[in-house]
Design a protein around this ligand. Sequence first.
Ligand code: AP5
Ligand code: MG
Length: 216
Amino acid sequence: MSSYIVLLGPPGVGKGTQAELLAEATGLPHISSGDLFRENIKDQTELGKLAQSFINKGELVPDDVTISMIRDRLSRPDCKDGALLDGFPRTTVQADSLASLLAEFDGEVNSVPYITASEATLIERLGGRWTCKAQSHVFNEKHNPPQRTGVCDFDGSQLYQREDDRAETVKRRIQVYFTQTAPLIAYYRERGLLSEIDGTQLIEKVTADLLKVLRK
Ligand code: AP5
Ligand code: MG
């Protein structure tokens, strides 16, 4: 099985949902740049204060701070045999840095599943998303509801709606994705690493397709 996996795709396509399921199936750690920023925001660290000003506007956090945060996380022992990267890289500068960083650990990006859905689907999903306060588990009031309204099925913590899931911010995040992140589709396709996955299917079917790609 591939070890360093980059889950690519627009906001709301299901990267976090799938990364959690793949982490269970593969034993690899789930590294979400968005979740790391949100932990820093919760703890009011300097990084958190800086990141918050970008995240709340739907803009990307500058490359240098993002890369340094991911470098720290990937240097921990649980990532030595691989990781599921969700939300990183998001620019070609970040992708080049990831390649150099992994080379330091004798690793490389092994597979880049690119999950797709229409813009209308993304907007609809993000409008109904509820996220857990403790560990960022995600639910959807229509497609994947929790057993008890407002409570996480996995750890019992409270569910909230992310500040950047407001309609105007979602619009901006999708624009930013198309201008700054979509170039990574060609970047990884040229390197023979990209596999397209239909993200509009049922959650279980998307997971099955992802596992097929990763076991190739
Ligand atoms: P981040 O947290 O990474 O947000 P994102 O990329 O916008 O992605 P989302 O978390 O919104 O969506 P997802 O694909 O994980 O979907 P999910 O599984 O939740 O980043 C937030 C911000 O941090 C960025 O805007 C930026 O400011 C900053 N940032 C992060 N990384 C950065 C970086 N590398 N560089 C610079 N800045 C960075 O699913 C969405 C909803 O759909 C849920 O409700 C779920 O239940 C539902 N759903 C999932 N799958 C299905 C399905 N198959 N069918 C029906 N519903 C489904
Ligand atoms: Mg996510």
